[in-house]
Ligand binder design. Sequence first.
Ligand code: ASP
Length: 316
Amino acid sequence: MLNPGGRGKSILPALIVHGGAWDIPEHLQQDSIEGCRKATRRGWEVLTLGGSAVDAVEAAVRVLEDDPTFDAGQGAVLTCAGAIELDAIIMDGSDLNLGAVIGVQRVRNPVTLARVVMTESEHAILAGEGAEAFAKRSGLDLVPNSGFAVEREKQRWQAKRAEGQPREDLSKGHPGDTVGAVALDLSGHLAVATSTGGTFYKHPGRVGDSPLVGCGAYADDWSGAVSATGRGESLMRVVISKSVCDLMYRGMTAQEAADAGIGLLARRTPGQGGLIVLGKRGDIGIAHNTPYLAHAYVKGNEIIGGVLKIPDGRHT
Ligand code: ASP
């Protein structure tokens, strides 16, 4: 392994992906597992070939966006108006640079647009039509909004519409299967990406935690990298990803910080969620207070793929 930065020890890359924290129904569990494994393999290939952490999280999240199982890109949930509005963020822990997109309707891979915003624009966040115009100018794939909608989600939307719109109980159930990835590369740099269609039957224009820096994602080489999933309206109240990074900066391991982050969410908000966390040296943290968190990870050279729950059921 390389030893850039002269840290005295060789750096082993690390990668975790997630496919959402919620009450994953039995008929979707196998696909969630497979999807996380596939994205992990892709991200790992990038890392072991010497790609950057940013390359790896983008590659892994693109796989998840193209997989109709998840609430991101293809397969995303519909708004109450029947459209699909996608959000994504990517962050480079080496210089804290970030790019995010909000409410895009025709960009095939929102995570790639977020990366282009980060690297090619003078801005950090672009929303709606302006973001799409930028995507077009940057030569990214645009697809019709209806092209993202899969039969499963159309039927769910029709059923919800037929039953009317009772106010949702935030403490019950869980919205969706947002996707995310955190990576540590051979140079010792961290990155994170998170991508989502948001919550099912959301109001048009609603923005959750996912594209908000420090909420849906945060990465800092000085502390760690975090991708969050769960009830956005709650996750943003505790700025969960930055809060977890701050705990690692003050000395907690990735697992201790992940547990503390979910503990804070549980104590201070009505919502539920899940976190994947990498410490600056690649230690892994995974926590959730939802019934499941679909995830897969690699450490050393071992792929631990396709797990729905953390092993000892903490927070469940
Ligand atoms: N956090 C996402 C949002 O609130 C939803 C999810 O993670 O499933 O938009």
